[in-house]
Design a protein around this ligand. Structure first.
Ligand SMILES: Nc1nc2c(c(=O)[nH]1)N[C@H]1C(S)=C(S)[C@@H](COP(=O)(O)O)O[C@H]1N2
Ligand SMILES: [Mo]
Length: 236
């Protein structure tokens, strides 16, 4: 019974997410009302998805021969405009409720234990690819720097002005990594070099690339697409 109820809630949550993705519904007579309604639905949807999220359930993994080659690029601009970050001087900046905010170089990030995963990447636009990402589990990193993991959000700011944020339970999920490598080699510029979030339990736009700043906070940080109406939790 409980199982059926959670399935129903999940179906409702996913169904309710659909009309929000990229669709600008406006009732000409009551534009604000329609907008408020959709935002209220999306906020409710976030709560349902957070309640259903099982921090121990793993996203499916795949075999090496299932990897999509070449990978697929997406951003809010064309591939030739992707930012190029200087890896020699790069330092990941830390903010918010973190005890040790000393920035991290790439060399330092590589001294931490690395995890590798072959997982599916699902974009809200309706395509999916399978790839192999490796890097530092975000939970491991957060504990290393003394983050207050009782906070609600982890937020990310990127080299191209993109930004996003995730809930703490998803940040601590074992498959959520600060990815440094793709197919065993350092990430390339358009695909998120030098550091990107790889979180296979969420949709593609919750995987910020070329991360410059990471913060832990209780103040809702939103995101580039989230602030334009995309459902914030966006579990996949
Ligand atoms: N910095 C940055 N990260 C980003 C985006 C972006 O425009 N800028 N787009 C997001 C979206 S919508 C998708 S689908 C994925 C695409 O990642 P890929 O190019 O590795 O496939 O990156 C996400 N992260
Ligand atoms: Mo996307």
């Amino acid at each position: 019974m409980i199982h059926r109820r959670s399935l129903l809630l999940r179906a409702m949550a996913l169904g309710a997410a659909a009309p929000l993705g990229g669709c600008n519904y406006e009732d000409p007579a009551h534009p604000d009302l329609a907008d408020k309604f959709l935002h209220a639905m999306s906020a409710w949807n976030d709560r349902v998805q957070a309640a259903l999220f099982d921090p121990h359930t793993l996203a499916p993994t795949f075999r090496p021969d299932q990897i999509t080659n070449p990978p697929r690029f997406n951003a809010f601009y064309p591939i030739d405009q992707a930012p190029v970050v200087d890896e020699a001087t790069y330092k990941l900046e830390l903010g918010g409720q973190i005890q040790n905010k000393t920035p991290w170089s790439l060399r330092q990030l590589r001294t931490l234990p690395q995890e590798s995963q072959i997982t599916r990447f699902v974009c809200v636009e309706g395509w999916r690819v399978i790839g192999q990402w490796s890097g530092v589990p975000l939970g491991r990193f957060l504990r290393q720097v003394g983050a207050d993991t009782s906070c609600k959000y982890v937020s990310f700011k990127c080299a191209d002005g993109y930004y996003s944020s995730i809930d703490m339970a998803s940040a601590l999920h074992p498959q959520t990594i600060l990815a440094l490598d793709f197919l065993g080699a350092p990430l390339t510029a358009p695909f998120g070099a030098p550091v990107r979030l790889r979180i296979p339990t969420k949709l593609g736009f919750k995987n910020p690339k070329s991360i410059m700043q990471l913060a832990v906070t209780n103040v809702y940080p939103g995101g580039y697409w989230e602030d334009q109406g995309y459902n914030w939790f966006s579990g996949s």
